[in-house]
Design a protein around this ligand. Structure first.
Ligand code: FES
Ligand SMILES: [Fe+2]
Length: 261
């Protein structure tokens, strides 16, 4: 797949192979909104070309979604399920993406295991307590609430309460409901990437952190968002390095059991 933007800011995507002789279009150049193939100069626009049809794209302002239709093996939705986010003008968004050798359910299972937080990520969390978990079909089966300190130094952490919900089967949303940064969200999306050469499934984690705060310091941070974003991404990356090991381990055990059966 190849994705590009036109000068009006619109996001577009299409198959990654040139319809002429198959050159990788991701190596092409963008000229006046068209994608120009590096092999023989074919110019491809958002309107498509015989043998090359762009995919529907949805740009939600933080993430760009591409609808692959039959590739997914599921009935496509009209638009992706985008959870409610803090207001754009009062927040900083950072997106990080990594991939692991596992299935989407392993990513989701890790994210929905709130107990591992301070054991597995002691560098980020202290004094984690799980306050609410779903107890049955009623009244709110898709919600968990935890209380945790985001580590600043030593045993010191900024205390917050956060809820976890699943707006759709491959998305977990964490929202700060009490404490510093109320309303901030972390959206975790597990996207299947297919299988590698040895048949092992690969799944991408695409995580958007959208931080907001009432603090004066925060409006200052917003002005230097470009400098803050790398730190937000690095934090997400560090956590996901460990969490992918968890998800991959879970997949390994499950597939070994499957093989035994
Ligand atoms: S392969 Fe792209 S123009 Fe020939
Ligand atoms: Fe984790």
């Amino acid at each position: 797949m190849v994705a590009w933007r036109t000068p009006d800011g619109g996001a577009h995507a299409g198959p990654g192979a040139c319809p002429h002789l198959g050159a990788p279009l991701c190596r092409g150049a963008v000229d006046e909104g068209n994608l120009v193939c590096r092999w023989h100069g074919l110019s491809l626009g958002p309107q498509g070309f015989p043998g090359w049809s762009p995919y529907p794209v949805h740009d939600d302002g933080v993430l760009v979604w591409v609808r692959l239709n039959e590739v997914g093996g599921e009935d496509p939705l009209e638009a992706p399920v985008v959870p409610e986010r803090p207001e754009r003008a009062a927040s900083i968004a950072a997106v990080e993406s990594m991939a692991g050798r596992c299935e989407p359910e392993d990513i989701i299972a890790n994210r929905l295991d709130p107990w591992h937080g301070s054991w597995f990520h002691p560098y980020s969390f202290v004094a984690l307590r799980v306050l609410e978990v779903p107890e049955g079909p009623e009244p709110d089966p898709d919600r968990m609430v935890v209380e945790v300190g985001f580590k600043v130094a030593g045993r010191w952490g900024v205390p917050v309460q956060a809820e976890f919900i699943c707006p759709e089967p491959r998305t977990v949303l964490m929202r700060i409901i009490k404490g510093e940064g109320v309303g901030s969200v972390v959206e975790t999306h597990a996207t299947p990437l297919g299988s590698d050469a040895s048949g092992v499934p690969r799944t991408a984690v695409v995580e958007a952190t959208i931080a907001s705060s009432e603090r004066v310091g925060f409006s200052l941070a917003r002005r230097v968002a470009g400098a803050v974003r790398p730190f937000m991404r690095a934090t997400a990356r560090r956590l996901w390095r460990d969490d992918l090991a968890y998800a991959e381990r879970r997949y390994l055990l499950r597939s070994a059991r499957r093989a035994e059966d």
